[in-house]
Design a protein around this ligand. Structure first.
Ligand code: NI
Length: 164
């Protein structure tokens, strides 16, 4: 279990589309255990493999109140989405930034566990938001890619100010 460095915006790595995992092997289990350690250390409630520079479709998350139920999902996909809800969101790859984002209210997500067994997760609330956010990462998408032009300009100003 190793805490890895989190890739931050504006690294082009974050825009990469992650590859489908084919081998449910020891290497995958090690990747997931590193990702969970990295997520907790940050601290955060979700992390995608691309955020530690690995372009594989793997996400980890823990939306439990106690923060002691780490979960992972391989090759996650949204197969059903319903409703709309606005809520504030942040991203470990854009530290210090939070903004309101519109997302689906409820989602049905499919994927695989570490053994390669198909799983489905039906989610609402924080878990739904977290899954949608992490699945975006596997497609090379960040929260700012969901912004309107004006909001994105405001973000760029915020980012430039932060880095001067
Ligand atoms: Ni993120």
């Amino acid at each position: 279990m190793t805490i890895r460095e989190i890739v931050e915006y504006p690294s082009p790595i974050l825009a990469q589309v992650s590859a489908t995992v084919e081998n449910f092997d020891k290497e995958l289990k090690e990747l997931v255990s590193d990702m969970i350690a990295t997520m907790y250390a940050a601290p955060g409630i979700g992390l995608a493999a691309i955020q530690i520079g690995i372009p594989k479709s793997v996400i980890v998350f823990d939306c439990s109140e106690e923060g002691n139920s780490p979960q992972s999902l391989i090759n996650p996909k949204i197969i059903k989405a319903e409703g709309e809800v606005n809520s504030e969101e942040g991203c470990l790859s854009i530290p210090g930034y939070r903004e309101t984002i519109k997302r689906s209210e409820r989602v049905l997500v499919s994927g695989f566990d570490l053994e390669g067994k198909p799983v489905e997760i039906s989610a609402d609330g924080l878990l739904s938001r977290c899954l949608q956010h992490e699945i975006d990462h596997t497609k090379g998408k960040l929260i700012i890619d969901r912004f309107s032009r004006i909001k994105k300009d405001m973000f760029i100003k915020w980012f430039q100010k932060k880095n001067t």
